[in-house]
Design a protein around this ligand. Structure first.
Ligand code: XLS
Ligand code: NI
Ligand code: NI
Length: 443
């Protein structure tokens, strides 16, 4: 295989995307994302750790349930050969370099083709890992996380770790073992477990308890293997309530945390939260972030958004400033990312078929997050929102509230207290509209 280290240009005419500031009219420039600008003591680059996904950005074709691939990708030769895999790696690293995205993320099958058997498939992966490593070294672009595709091949039709067929479990284990190893080899900062087809389409044929036990056993084996090979990256679970199954076991942040706790896995995992998965679960992204943050399990985010009128995982680029503001308020509140980052698990619309649209889309997402960060930082600096919340709970800082929080009283003491109290006085307004307007002051 011939190595073409950034020698060939796949996006001719597109320069390294500069920061030009809010007054710029250049569509191939950042208006708000200024990597070196310091916000709350860190550069924007450090805050976001932006990441480009292999599956949508490099492997996406624009196909949907009603039509085949539609995107113009002049470098594609219509095959899934090893040559083609190497070319695609060149495309990814040129894209990340021009965009200024410091990270990328992949599924094993995104980067190397599946072959006749596992041994050959693994050999393909090993060859591609060498290519990726060279590109990483040359460009400085790093791996945010790796994962295994346990949902596309027909063998996984009933799930992988939760399949009714034990051989499928074994095959999936071997695949994940290898995927963790190559992630380790590439210095990945993390490894993601997204449920794929771990769930059910009908309970008539499903032994749920048994499947959940198997999933836990699978994850324990992964933790074990991680230790054995000395992989220090963070493990994440990515919640999603449905698609492709009717019910995914990792349905939302709370369900994942309960599962991890029940099976003694909590200390080994954090959550990778995705906006469009949150909304499919009838939650806001901020809700999911709060649930994870409160449990000390806020790890990373898959940044995208859905469409209010469409009920599925449309994986649109996150361009809603209100959304990015809420996300960044919560991320800052919980101390920011460490191993995680803002991973654009997002795809262009089918109609946005030109290569340049990939740039427009990522620039839009990065600028929206930069604005969200600046707005969130301004709200925090202003202090009125935090002050309002603090003040709202002030009855817990003294007297009976303080005694309850410190576990000094029980029902008997509280009954005595309530009898003396008469009626509760001093309830205050929640001021939702006042607060919504306060946020709008900064947007
Ligand atoms: C699918 C998921 C998937 C994971 C990686 O809905 O978002 O893309 O992020 O397997
Ligand atoms: Ni995702
Ligand atoms: Ni998704």
């Amino acid at each position: 295989m011939k190595r073409r280290i950034l020698s060939k240009e796949y996006f001719p005419g597109i320069p390294k995307i500069p920061y030009e500031g809010p007054d710029s009219k250049n569509p191939l420039a950042f208006k708000h994302y200024n990597p070196d600008e310091i916000v709350e003591g860190k550069t924007m680059k450090e805050h976001f750790r932006f990441s480009v996904v292999y599956w949508h950005t490099i492997r996406g074709t624009g196909s949907d349930m009603f039509g085949s691939g539609a995107w113009l990708r002049p470098w594609e030769d219509g095959t899934n050969s090893m040559e083609m895999a190497a070319t695609r790696a060149g495309v990814l690293f040129e894209f990340c370099t021009k965009l200024g995205a410091p990270f990328y993320a992949f599924h094993d099958r995104d980067v190397a083709p599946e072959s006749r058997n596992l041994r050959e498939t693994n050999r393909n992966l090993d060859r591609m890992v060498k290519v990726l490593k060279d590109y990483q070294r040359e460009t400085g672009v790093q791996l945010l996380w790796g994962t295994a595709c346990l949902f596309a091949h027909p063998r996984y039709m009933h799930g992988a770790a939760t399949s009714c067929n034990a051989d499928v479990f074994a095959y999936a284990a071997a695949q994940v073992k290898k995927a963790i190893e190559i992630t380790h080899e590439l210095g990945g900062a993390g490894y993601v477990f997204w449920g794929g087809r771990e769930g059910y389409t009908t309970l008539l044929n499903t032994d749920m308890k048994r499947e959940l036990d198997h999933l836990a056993a699978f994850l324990h084996m992964a933790v074990e293997h991680k230790k054995r090979i000395g992989f220090k990256g963070q493990f994440y679970i990515e919640p999603k309530p449905k698609e492709p199954t009717k019910h995914q076991y990792d349905s939302d942040a709370a369900a994942c945390l309960n599962f991890l706790r029940q099976y003694g896995l909590l200390e080994h995992f954090k959550l990778n939260l995705e906006t469009n998965h949150a909304t499919l679960a009838n939650h806001t992204m901020q809700h999911e972030l709060e649930v994870a943050g409160a449990a000390g399990a806020l790890g990373s985010i898959d940044a995208n958004m859905g469409d209010l009128m469409l009920g599925w995982d449309t994986d649109q680029f996150p361009t809603d400033i209100y959304l990015t503001t809420q996300i960044m308020l919560t991320i800052l509140k919980y101390g920011g990312f460490t191993t995680g980052g803002v991973n654009f698990d997002a795809k262009c619309r089918r109609e946005s078929f030109e290569p340049v649209d990939l740039f427009y889309a990522h620039i839009a997402g990065m600028d929206a997050f930069a604005r969200g960060l600046k707005i969130a930082a301004a709200i925090r600096h202003d202090g009125r929102l935090a002050e309002f919340v603090k003040n709202r709970y002030r009855s817990w800082d003294v007297g009976i509230g303080k005694q309850i929080e410190s576990g000094k009283v029980g029902f008997a003491e509280l009954e005595e207290y309530a009898l003396k109290l008469g009626e509760v006085k001093g309830l205050e307004s929640g001021r939702q509209e006042f607060l919504e307007n306060l946020i709008n002051e900064f947007i």
